[in-house]
Design a protein around this ligand. Structure first.
Ligand code: NAD
Length: 451
């Protein structure tokens, strides 16, 4: 059996080895999940809700441990990692609260009664990337389990530790064997098997657009249900009438959180020409003050990048580009890269491609129509922000930008009780929010004759 070396990105040191699940074990786990489905779907709704709340309680009790694992194996700051573990707890609690309310409809028809049921799908395969290992796992497994499905979950090769711990916590909380199974391993083996195995009835994939397209094509063979959460190249649009101090203070956090390894990172900074000089004057000290340091420090705002190869890729976008200013990062071992702001242009690689690192590309715009045109000049459409004091403009631009999650005078775009997902090549379907369990059921219509 081959294994993956798990490194601490802040130091480059090996933490542990994790065995990759071979194909025959993936098939055995899917078979167990299929058997477990028959009893899980039949669990009394109140009992299923109680079990998921117990799972949430077990996560709550383990937050310091889960957060420490994520700091050491993914380089997340301790503040972020603690929030992320809490997010898993909250998502479980939120969807546990909907189980007894998952009612169908009674629709008037002649000659009898017509009712609808939300039938669970069966085994759901969740494929998770390395950038937010805990929340992205929870956004898939919590509503899937709540709706009566069983789940097999594949974490990313380099960040399996928190997912494996969540699998243990589920069993400790009393979820029956086979209801939630974590299978570390390769995308081309474990992830691909979720796509090809006929007993996996839905795939939830979060990751790159490139792999997502292949998964979509693979799922078409069995008309397999699919949710995709893919890449992003998101704009932060600053109008001249905005509170420039507030916009400049918030811009680094909107782009550099999680070292920019965030599909929602506002990496395109579009600034109205008339306000550009003043805005950059305000932005420079905010970028230089952004605390890129040992992620276990309580005041760290950003840690290292995930791997040496990823750091080299990010550096490749900055080499030869025009750097406006840079913050500081630790030197020496570990995969560090400083917060960086580029003087960019439309059509350049740094402006068009998802860098997935702490790099902002600044481009000026002339007016509202120009800002919308530039923001939409991408195949992605995940998120974005706009800063203005004009309410009409805030509404017009929010409606015109082709993205699933927009924020006005803020960069907040993820809350577990509001829907999340992408337009265009950023995704397919929505996660989170009140309707997420519906994406894990089929609507069945039943007519009962009264004749
Ligand atoms: P990736 O596409 O390389 O891998 C994602 C997951 O897919 C991993 O678990 C990987 O092992 C697996 N995988 C790889 N090849 C596969 C295959 N052939 N079949 C099945 N599974 C396979 O992405 P990554 O580098 O881990 O993550 C970064 C990407 O994720 C970025 O593009 C980012 O924007 C995106 N992302 C999107 C969202 C969102 O919600 N839209 C959230 C986070 C990350």
């Amino acid at each position: 059996m081959s294994s993956t070396e798990i490194l601490n990105p802040a130091t480059g040191e090996t933490i542990t080895q994790v065995e990759q699940t071979p194909l025959e074990d993936v098939d055995a786990a899917i078979a167990r999940a299929k058997r477990a489905f028959e009893s899980w779907r039949a669990v009394d709704p109140a009992d299923r809700a109680r079990l998921l709340r117990r799972f949430a309680d077990a996560v709550e009790a383990d937050i310091p441990h889960l957060a420490d694992l994520e700091v050491r194996s993914a380089g997340h700051t301790i503040g972020n990692a603690t929030w992320e573990a809490g997010n898993v707890r909250d998502v479980l609690t939120y969807y546990a609260g909907g189980i007894e309310r998952q009612s169908g409809r009674q629709i008037p028809v002649p000659g009898g009664v017509n009712i609808t049921f939300h039938e669970p799908l069966g085994v759901v395969g969740v494929i998770v990337p390395w950038n937010f290992p805990m929340p992205i796992a929870g956004w898939g497994f919590a509503p899937a389990l709540a709706a009566g499905n069983t789940v097999v979950l594949k974490p990313a090769e380099v960040t399996p530790l928190t997912a494996l711990r969540l699998g243990e916590l589920a069993l400790e909380a009393g979820l029956p064997e086979g209801v939630f199974t974590v299978l570390p391993g390769k995308g081309s083996v474990v992830g691909d098997r979720f796509v090809t195995h006929p007993d996996v009835r839905k795939v939830v994939f979060t990751g790159s657009t490139e792999v997502g397209k292949r998964i979509m094509a693979g799922c078409s063979e069995q008309v397999k249900r699919l949710t995709l959460e893919l890449g992003g190249k998101n704009s932060n649009i600053v109008f001249g009438d905005a509170d420039l101090e507030a916009a400049a203070a918030a811009a680094p956090g909107g782009a550099f959180d999680n070292a920019g390894q965030d599909c929602c990172s506002r990496a395109r900074l579009l600034v109205e020409s008339s306000a550009m000089d003043r805005f950059l004057e305000l932005l420079e000290p905010a970028v230089k003050a952004f605390a890129c340091k040992d992620p276990s420090s309580a005041d760290a705002e950003m840690g290292p990048l995930i791997t040496a190869a990823h750091r080299d890729k990010v550096a490749g976008y900055v080499d030869g580009a025009s750097v406006l200013f840079q913050g500081a990062a630790p030197s020496g071992s570990g995969f560090w890269f400083p917060p960086t702001v580029l003087d960019s242009r439309e059509g350049t690689a740094d402006f068009d491609e998802e860098i997935f690192g702490p790099v902002i590309s600044v481009v000026p715009f002339e007016d509202e129509a120009d800002a919308i045109r530039i923001a939409n000049s991408t195949e992605y459409g995940l998120s974005g922000s706009l800063w203005t004091r004009d309410v009409g403009r805030a509404l017009r631009v929010s409606r015109a930008v082709e993205a699933g999650n927009l924020s006005v005078n803020s960069h907040a775009s993820v809350r577990y009780w509001t829907p999340f997902g992408g337009f265009k090549q950023s995704g397919y379907g929505r996660e989170l929010g009140p309707d997420a369990p519906d994406a894990f059921t089929e609507t069945k219509n039943v007519f009962i004759s009264s004749e």
